[in-house]
Design a protein around this ligand. Structure first.
Ligand code: FE
Ligand code: FE
Ligand code: ZN
Length: 277
């Protein structure tokens, strides 16, 4: 079965997201742990979290993806900004234990002129401070488009972060189709080649989830502008190959396309139709 969902608003709480996901034909979803731009997290409602856990279990949900806010930068040049990233991420991980055994995805960060090596070292330091041996959440590095000084546009950079993390078994990778294509990995004409490279550099066992987005701009554009499925440069045929690929087909797929709920529902249906049981 295809495990698929989409990004949902967390405004009405955990259980409401679970019900919305079901109404869209989804069996997973993604949400921001706090305002994507702001810093404050809503107080956690343990009862609401528990109701979602029950719903997800009853309906056989695939792991959910909690997404860290965009604004955190664990490899900023500013001590204060790095400290904020550490605090927000540590707090998110504590809160996520109310909805255990899911994923926490984050953008590795931008080195802002300090260089890739320094950036990688600072990201790994942050992770080594916040990861706890007893946590049930697996933390995912997201593959990035390589916009500006973003780290994570090359598989090698993600490998280097993973190599430096002590609790490495608490870590994985989330592959974003728009981002990798923008970064220059040709998942349209050479999906096998890209996944072979991923396996050689990172290891496919690290790949835990896929963000499934079309891209407004072309291969290697480094732009990071998501499009609806079939309305960008990747195209519907390529997505059919992606969701059915033996290395990917059992992973949770999550849409982050520019859509309202009806649009997400239609995309979920489209992708379910393309999936070969
Ligand atoms: Fe993301
Ligand atoms: Fe993404
Ligand atoms: Zn993106």
């Amino acid at each position: 079965m295809l495990h698929i969902g989409c990004h949902l608003s967390a405004a009405k709480g955990f259980f409401a997201m679970g019900e919305t996901a079901l109404s869209l034909g989804a069996d997973t979803f993604q949400f921001f742990t706090r305002n994507p731009r702001g810093s404050k997290a809503k107080p956690l409602d343990p009862l609401d979290a528990q109701r979602l856990n029950v719903l997800a279990l009853e309906h056989g949900f695939a792991p959910l993806i909690a997404h860290a806010p965009y604004t955190i930068n664990p490899c900023s040049a500013s001590d204060q900004t790095r400290e904020f990233a550490r605090e927000a991420m540590a707090d998110d991980l504590t809160r996520l234990e109310a909805t255990p055994n899911n994923f926490y995805n984050f953008h590795p960060g931008s080195h802002v002129g300090q260089g890739v090596e320094t950036g990688i070292r600072l990201i790994a330091e942050t992770l080594n401070t916040i990861l706890q041996p007893e946590q049930t959440t697996v933390v995912l590095l997201e593959t990035m488009a390589g916009k500006g000084s973003e780290i994570g546009g090359k598989f090698e950079e993600l490998r280097e972060i993973l190599d430096r993390v002590t609790l490495s078994d608490r870590m994985g990778v989330c592959l974003d189709t728009c981002h990798v294509y923008d970064a220059g990995y040709d998942i349209v004409n050479d999906l096998d080649g890209v996944l072979t490279a991923f396996d050689r550099v990172i290891g496919l066992s690290r790949l835990k989830a896929v963000h499934i987005n079309d891209s407004i701009f072309g291969l290697g554009s480094h732009k990071d502008r998501h499009a609806k499925i079939g309305e960008g440069k990747i195209g519907t045929d390529a997505f059919g190959r992606i969701i059915n690929h033996p290395a990917l087909r059992s992973l949770p797929f999550c849409l982050e396309t520019p859509n309202d709920l009806a649009g997400y529902k239609a995309e979920i249906e489209l992708l379910r139709d393309l999936y070969r049981e």
